[in-house]
Write a protein that binds this ligand. Structure first.
Ligand code: TRP
Length: 495
């Protein structure tokens, strides 16, 4: 039966193929688009340090646990968790890991496809030479025009979802493996070219200082939650994507080293992307905290002002799209694999999963235009400036409201300014998945493998030769990860 399943879902041809597939899943919009903008919003260096700590102390050990569960059972995460929970005689709610993962998968895929659609739109813009000799104002305007048009966004979102569905429906097999073997190295090379360009810009060292100078006063409770959540998001953890890929991993492969590779590659891509983007931000007097549009406003500036920029720019956005594509298929895979195990055909399973995620994605499309003022979790603060000292006091909270109405109510005067901060539909999905559901999934996986799964099985399956290393990993899973995740959660929710 397990042979048949392997045949049905595909199996990686070797050690490097798993690294390629897992890196393809990990490296995506999270690295190129999300990491730079959340770093900008959270003040830079100190945030990066917390993020790195989360990757190495929490993320990588949990990744090992997740892959282990997949490979042991060779089933979709929902069935894998059902079986493992039963075998271990653990409380039934651990089965919830699989189900919660499927729900997070739908949420993530829905907005991921919309943002990936932006990169598709940018391929054409760069190829058309739109940005030749451009300035920051034009780059900002172009991005603004793109996101304010729901019809255009829906078209690109649909194209990307079809691409994703196309690969998933055919099975994650040689076609994609072969493509990734060419495209992933190309992504690295292009990133290095951009890095070389960024070295020539006047803002480079300012960018590096922004990323690597630690100023802890800039961190809020929420920054910790965001850093932890992003560690899960960028490593594709906590929802079963990596568990599903682990199910197709050859038995004789050592888990530890393989996974370290994936973690290190993923981190390198994020840091290099960050250095490139902030060099351009500071060279052009842009705002580091300008949010989701950051990458789409900075990179066209670089390409517009470098030799051969239209060409490199076009290729680069193709690769952003490819990186997103190879990630998106891993988000859809767990739900599709589960449906296939239930007896559905792979094509109808894919159509159902992608179709539903597509529909949900319309909410994200509208978050940037028609629905942009409908927000949830709105905090209003009153900012007063007294003798050059800025003081923020909490003024009001709304669970859901139209911010246009609130703005009319809270009118800024010379003495007081009001800051209205809420979450759009997109922000809410993003926050809910990355910052709550993925860490929670990861926490449960760590507790399950650390405390409930049989030690012998874990030891045999992990196959970590070095006894000390194995013990360290087990310790991290049992104590460190649960404590770290819980503390960050509580801190973030209470402060
Ligand atoms: N890691 C990918 C990125 O950084 C996104 C991704 C793929 C993902 N699979 C996932 C995120 C599973 C969370 C869970 O772009």
């Amino acid at each position: 039966m397990s042979d048949q399943k392997r045949g049905m879902h595909g199996i990686w041809s070797g050690r490097w193929t798993f690294i390629l597939a897992a890196t393809g899943s990990a490296v995506g919009l999270g690295n190129l688009w999300k990491f730079p903008y959340i770093t900008g919003e959270n003040g830079g260096g100190a945030f990066v340090l917390v993020y790195l700590a989360c990757i190495f102390a929490v993320g990588i050990p949990i990744m090992l646990a997740e892959v282990l569960l997949g490979r042991k059972t060779r089933m979709s995460p929902i069935n894998a968790m059902a079986k493992m929970t039963e075998d271990a005689g653990a409380p039934k709610f651990f089965q919830g890991i699989g189900w919660m993962g499927a729900v997070s998968g739908f949420f993530i895929l829905s907005f991921y496809s919309v943002i990936a659609g932006w990169s598709l739109a940018y391929i054409l813009k760069l190829a058309g030479g739109d940005f030749a000799g451009t300035d920051a104002a034009f780059a900002g305007e172009t991005f603004g025009n793109l996101v304010s048009d729901p019809v255009g966004l829906t078209i690109w979102h649909s194209v990307f979802m079809l691409l994703t569905g196309f690969v998933v429906a055919r099975g994650v097999n040689k076609g994609l493996e072969a493509a990734l073997k060419v495209l992933m190295p190309l992504l690295f090379v292009l990133l290095l070219i951009l890095f070389g360009y960024s070295l020539t810009t006047p803002g480079f060292s300012q960018g590096v200082h922004f990323l690597f100078d630690f100023d802890f006063s800039k961190l809020s409770g929420e920054s910790f939650v965001v850093a932890l959540g992003h560690a899960f998001f960028t490593l594709s953890l906590g929802m079963g994507a990596i568990m599903a890929y682990g199910a197709y991993m050859p038995q004789d492969q050592s888990l530890g080293k393989t996974i370290l590779w994936v973690g290190v590659l993923d981190t390198m891509v994020a840091l290099v992307a960050g250095m490139v983007i902030f060099a351009i931000v500071f060279s052009n007097g842009l705002e580091p905290s300008s949010g989701p549009g950051l990458m789409f406003q900075t990179l066209p500036l670089a390409f517009g002002n470098m030799v051969g920029g239209a060409f490199f720019g076009t290729v680069f956005f193709i690769l952003v799209a490819v990186a997103a594509w190879s990630s998106a298929i891993s988000i859809a895979e767990p739900a599709v694999a589960w449906a296939v195990e239930k007896g559905f055909g792979r094509i109808s399973a894919t159509a159902a999963v992608c179709g539903f995620a597509w529909f949900l994605g319309l909410g994200t499309v509208l978050s940037f235009n028609d629905w942009s003022t409908y927000q949830a979790f709105i905090f209003i603060s009153e900012i007063s400036v007294l003798e050059n000292l800025e003081e923020k006091t909490h003024a009001a909270f709304y669970l859901f409201a139209n911010t246009d109405v609130l703005k009319a109510e809270y009118i800024n005067t010379a003495a007081v300014t009001y800051e209205i901060k809420g979450k759009t539909f997109f922000d809410t999905l993003d926050f809910l998945t990355a910052n709550i559901m993925l860490p929670l999934g990861g926490l449960l996986i760590a507790i399950f493998v650390g405390w409930f799964a049989s030690s012998d099985m874990v030891k045999k399956e992990a196959n970590i030769q070095n006894e000390t290393l194995f013990n360290v990993w087990r310790f991290v899973l049992r104590y460190m990860s649960p404590v770290a995740v819980s503390v960050i959660f509580l801190h973030g929710l209470l402060f």
